[in-house]
Design a protein around this ligand. Sequence first.
Ligand SMILES: [Mn+2]
Length: 267
Amino acid sequence: MKLIKIPAKNALGKTQGTQLAPDKLINELEKMGANERGNKKTYLIGKIQTGNDPEQNNKTIYEYMMQNDQKPLIIGGDHSITYPCFKAFSKKFNNPGIVIFDAHPDCVNNFKPPTHEDYLKVLIEEKLVKPQNVIVIGLRAWDKKEYWYLKNNKIKNFPMKNITNMGKEDVCDVVMSAARSFGACYVSIDIDAVDPAFAPGTGYIEPGGLSSRELLYFIQRLKLLKNIKAWDLVEINPKKDINNLTIRLGAKIINEINQKIYNQKNN
Ligand SMILES: [Mn+2]
């Protein structure tokens, strides 16, 4: 697995600061001990140089991802980076699908280049992913047209309310059985899926989210799926963080995603 830093953001002011997250997260990860399985991994680390032009950033990111031959764990940056990353993913694998943790559906408009509020709609409209291969978990804030976009396109989604009613275990069972049918699965984690009490360092504060332990539960189960070929972690904003809580949680998420099971000899 290769950690790929993408310190890019789109032009919207609220994500100003997310470009600082990759370095802070790697720094925190290096200070961390073994994960909950007892593994401590040394990672390959790559970085994509980005600037202020979203079109150019998308092109640079896409080209880098097309050439990358390691399983990536992409560290943003804001959620707009999922667009070029998944676009490359969709060219590499047949029947690609995406599991997304997010408080928001990110289906506001059909902007080109997409911002962090529309990347999912653009992926669907450009037919880079089939609507039936999209699963969104943790929703609790949307505008009306996003709500209907999900409904009309029959996009599987598990709002917070349903997670509370069904229980995370049953939701995770359904998610895993759907994700298993994808030719290849990409998992995208927007940190705002987590309640701001646990992860205050992000642009859009949405109360009523997952606890950090609930998100880790999903990750620890999902990572057992063999068809997961890429992960990303986005929208962490160090400028808005309190007591390093969100950076620390982000680093823990990366530590737990570590998919290799090592025995003592190769540690
Ligand atoms: Mn979000």
